[in-house]
Ligand binder design. Structure first.
Ligand code: ATP
Length: 271
């Protein structure tokens, strides 16, 4: 790690058609200490408004209210992490030693890709998915709707509309533990990749803790000035609204990578 003030904090959507394993896989990661936001529980806890769609047998959530509440939550988590990073003097090498040290929040839900710009989609063969949803006691209509959605890539297409990076894990022949292992491998690699992008950005602009401290007593650096210089160079800048280090520079087109167990080299992510 260079002497930058705080590392980038990454939020990753774990999404997919109902029944593809998001809940089980994220619970496995949570039990190991990864930070997970389960959107269904979050909606209940925060009384996010919704309307019942009786015909489709589901709740329709007020997405603006959800987005706002998740944004506040992310800010709080990021702040807590930064304090910890500062007091425990964590460095890049420490991030991968313990899930609690990794500056990553995973948002788990079939709505998660509307809330993040980086998503991992769990996929399951429609026949397998049909069996799982039948076992849950869903109506034939609801099973059919979800199986069709999985067959024609509804969630994946949505991800392309909303996210700058999209990854798929094909889980049909994997156990929950194996899927969790794939996901862990991917998020650690994604974090390193994001860190390298961020680090090169900071180095290019000569942003150091010393410079930042000189500019602001509060430790908050006006990163939009830095990003503006990159925009002048023709880069596409995605801002998340707040004036801090959570903003990104990336290519304009979303990238899709599929996980093939044992065959992916995530070190090539940036290429
Ligand atoms: N890879 C897997 N292998 C075997 N069974 C699985 C696998 N993934 C999920 N399951 C089973 O499928 C069912 C649905 O999984 P889960 O509840 O995690 O899906 P979900 O994507 O979170 O669905 P929802 O969006 O409705 O919450 C569970 O009974 C789970 O045990």
């Amino acid at each position: 790690m260079t002497d930058i003030l705080f590392p980038p904090f990454l939020t990753i959507a774990l999404t997919g058609t109902p029944g593809t394993g998001k809940t089980e896989v994220s619970k496995k990661l949570e039990s190991e200490g990864y930070r997970i936001l389960h959107v269904t529980e979050f909606i209940k806890k925060n009384n996010i408004p919704s309307e019942r769609d009786e015909e489709r047998d589901c709740d329709v959530i007020d997405m603006d209210a959800l987005e706002e509440a998740v944004f506040d939550y992310q800010q709080q988590i990021r702040k807590e992490y930064n304090q910890r990073c500062f007091s425990e003097e964590l460095t890049r090498q420490d991030f991968h030693k313990s899930p609690a040290h990794l500056p990553v929040l995973i948002i788990e839900s079939h709505l998660a890709h509307y809330l993040c710009d980086l998503s991992v989609v769990l996929r399951t063969h429609p026949y397998t998915l049909k069996d799982r949803l039948n076992e849950r006691g869903y109506s034939d209509k609801k099973v059919m709707e979800n199986v069709l959605a999985e067959s024609i890539d509804v969630v994946l297409c949505d991800c392309f509309d909303y996210c700058r990076r999209v990854y798929e894990i094909e889980t049909t022949n994997l156990t929950i533990d194996e899927t969790a292992d794939c996901l862990k491998e991917l998020i650690h690699a994604l974090y390193d990749d994001e860190f390298d992008i961020y680090n090169s950005l900071m180095e290019k602009m000569n942003v150091t803790a010393e410079n930042i401290a000189a500019q602001s007593q509060s430790g908050c650096f006006p990163i939009s000035d830095v990003l503006g210089a990159f925009e002048d160079d023709g880069a596409v800048v995605y801002e998340d609204g707040d004036d801090d280090v959570g903003d990104y520079i990336e290519e304009q087109n979303p990238i899709l990578m599929k996980y093939v167990p044992g065959q992916n080299d995530w070190s090539e992510l940036t290429e």
